[in-house]
Write a protein that binds this ligand. Structure first.
Ligand code: ADP
Length: 325
């Protein structure tokens, strides 16, 4: 499912965050990625969600060569991944239930599906009773469980939890791990990133240890064979004569889950914005103002906004937020 092949990532000023890191994670695995702070763990996650691209080496997610993914398809690609961070990202203006519903609404699910999935997810994380509370009315552990429920809404193939137990006491941390294990038993591949070595004490689960940007140890190392993937790439390229063969693979998957036309219609709230910025919104499938509130720094960089567009966007978000509150 995931292949990192001799991946090196250098940031500005030649800071080497990862050096020559290789590993393979198979479908259905539960895997820890551990290492001290600054070791390069989050960089692995950022490369995987394509917030960053490697300086050298290759990264694959289910035969998709991630760094080569066309930016237009990033939203569709990221729907295959569920990600939770330590700094919880529930929308403060919505109740827990609305937060989960919202994640399903932007996926164009039917009313019935939204209700059924929301109930299922609330039960999974043990928060049905708390569904009408706002994030700030929930404890840290509950917020984190809520964020997990929300990130699971799109039924991701891979669930990545970056320091999911970071600010929590040991009971709450245990609860979170139990939920992650349940998700894994239900068929989702899970990757837990943590600097907390207590978490892996006595674990039988696979543990990839990163130290100073290098792979220090892997309790279940797996061979990496890129031959099949490379063949597949060439095949598609020859048949369809497209410049970016991996794109085609994603396009096909995308068609099944969501009609393209709908994705490209912008909310009327964007009416007053300049043409150039609307064009970028279409390109990046930012169809609703709420999506703007959830995009990451990396997305913003990818959008390559001009100074003028940046200013316009900032003032739009400010106005939008003041209108909401
Ligand atoms: P971890 O998640 O293990 O704490 P990170 O992947 O966040 O480690 O960081 C690895 C190294 O890369 C650190 O030295 C960090 O300071 C550096 N780093 C991370 N992000 C950036 C960035 N955007 N620009 C420059 N250096 C960065």
């Amino acid at each position: 499912m995931v292949i990192f092949n001799t991946v090196t990532k250098k940031y500005k000023e030649n800071i080497i965050a990862l050096e020559d890191v290789s590993f393979r994670i198979d479908e259905g695995e539960f895997c820890y990625v551990v290492g001290p702070s600054g070791a390069g763990k989050s960089t692995i996650m950022r490369l995987l969600i394509r917030e960053e691209v490697p300086t050298s080496g290759s990264i694959y997610f289910n035969e998709i060569e991630v760094p080569k993914l066309n930016r237009r398809l990033l939203p569709a690609y990221r729907q295959k991944l569920g990600v939770v961070f330590q700094d919880i990202k529930l929308l403060n203006t919505k109740t827990l239930e609305e937060n989960i519903q919202f994640a399903l609404e932007i996926l164009d699910k039917s009313k019935k599906e939204i209700k059924d999935s929301t109930d299922y997810l609330l039960d999974l994380v043990g928060l049905r009773e708390r569904k009408n509370l706002f994030p700030q009315e929930l404890s840290g552990g509950e917020q984190q469980r809520g964020a997990i429920a929300r990130a699971l809404a799109n039924k991701p193939d891979l669930f990545i939890a970056d320091e999911p137990t970071g600010n929590l006491d040991s009971d709450n941390a245990k609860q979170i791990l139990e939920i992650l294990k349940t998700i894994n038993k239900n068929g989702t591949t899970v990757m837990v990133i943590s600097h907390d070595f207590n978490l892996i004490n006595g674990t039988k689960n696979r543990t990839i240890n990163i130290k100073d940007g290098r792979l220090n140890s892997d309790t279940q190392p797996k061979d990496i064979d890129l031959n099949n993937i490379v063949n597949k790439k060439v095949e598609v390229k020859e048949e369809k004569k497209v410049e970016e063969p991996n794109l085609e693979i994603v396009k096909e998957e995308k068609k099944e889950s969501k009609p393209e036309k709908k994705e490209r219609e912008l909310s009327s709230e964007f009416k007053s914005l300049n043409k150039s910025i609307k064009k970028k919104f279409k390109k990046f499938a930012i169809t609703e103002p709420e999506i703007l509130l959830n995009i990451t720094e990396g997305d913003l960089r990818n959008m390559k906004l001009t100074k003028k567009e940046h200013k316009e966007l900032t003032s739009f978000v400010k106005k939008y937020l003041s209108k909401k509150s």
